[in-house]
Design a protein around this ligand. Sequence first.
Ligand SMILES: Nc1ncnc2c1ncn2[C@@H]1O[C@H](COP(=O)(O)OP(=O)(O)OP(=O)(O)O)[C@@H](O)[C@H]1O
Ligand SMILES: [Mg+2]
Length: 240
Amino acid sequence: MEKTHKILEIEDIHTYYGESHVIQGLSLFVNAHEAVSILGRNGVGKTTTLRSIMGLTPPRSGSITIDGQKTIRWPAHRVSRLGVAYVPAERHIFPGLTVKENLKIAARPGNGGEPCTLERVYDYFPVLADRTNQDGSTLSGGEQQMLAIGRALISNPKVIIMDEPSQGLSPLLVVSITEIVKDFCVGSGMTLLVVEQNYRVALKVASRHYLMSTKGKITGIATTQELIDNQQIILDHLAV
Ligand SMILES: Nc1ncnc2c1ncn2[C@@H]1O[C@H](COP(=O)(O)OP(=O)(O)OP(=O)(O)O)[C@@H](O)[C@H]1O
Ligand SMILES: [Mg+2]
């Protein structure tokens, strides 16, 4: 059995937009092969946390360690080359490329274990196989979300970071995306950090949860079982 180690560790980061001090001293970690969520209301800094990790909105201070490397001042492309895939809420499908081209451009060899291939993505998302030659930007919102997730998976990352994968999807699609994320990422030993406002999705997908209150402050950490046993924790942190 491999010893548990932190593949992602954030220590006391402070992130700004101009003079606006949005993340005020955030610390968290994710163990290798663990699925972790960040839960919190609108505007508390969840997306900014993910952007801080990716180097898209670099923190002014603090430390971020990914797979043993101090990445705090790394540009985003370097962070992603280290093996971190980011699925932003706004999806970013490349226009002018077909579904298949969108996937192929993202494909990278796996680093041990069974790699995710085009065939596996199409197995999980048959609707993408049906639309393989369609321009990715003309897919429906839900289909684009599947393509965005497929693109992240096929890059065979060490860590996959998702911002509200259930956002804007019909309830039925929320269920299937949730199952796919759980089965595919968690089931195949990937490490997942997911941001969600839909705590039902978070409880299904992740096993440990950070509760974020205002300005990136973590006010609670709980396992899925603890949140199921004590719904009040969720209400205290997430009730609008
Ligand atoms: N580009 C920006 N410039 C200035 N302020 C910003 C920018 N992006 C976000 N903010 C502010 O930073 C704070 C945190 O935003 P962030 O998007 O991280 O929140 P969030 O928790 O992801 O919210 P939501 O659940 O609505 O997605 C908010 O007050 C927001 O208005
Ligand atoms: Mg957000």
